[in-house]
Design a protein around this ligand. Structure first.
Ligand SMILES: [Zn+2]
Length: 102
């Protein structure tokens, strides 16, 4: 099971954006990659189409899930997560403060 979900806050632990925080925008479980808002920005050169003008578009590129770590909303620290099963549902909990993370 992936320990990240959309809208989680994560911190980058490797690469050029190391130390930055952002919100998970997209998860790509098949390739074990994640797209984080404002992180790993790349410029894409696009051709002009009928709908949009061309030019350079800044966008977030997917990065490896292993390069980010979940930030616990309670203790606001990069948290290692354990998975609990409560009432048949999988829950996540911070290993530091024990807080359940939805
Ligand atoms: Zn915590």
């Amino acid at each position: 099971m992936l320990k990240l979900r959309k809208k989680d806050t994560v911190i980058v632990i490797a690469g050029k954006d190391k130390g930055k925080k952002g919100e998970v925008k997209e998860l790509l479980p098949v390739t074990r990659k994640v797209v984080v808002m404002g992180i790993n920005i790349v410029s894409k050169h696009k051709k002009t189409t009928k709908e949009k003008p061309g030019g350079i578009h800044k966008m977030e590129a997917a990065m490896s899930i292993s390069n980010v770590q979940l930030v616990c909303p309670k203790c606001n620290k990069p948290a290692r997560v354990k998975v609990l099963v409560q009432g048949g549902e999988k829950m996540r909990a911070c290993k530091k403060c024990g807080e359940t993370i939805i």
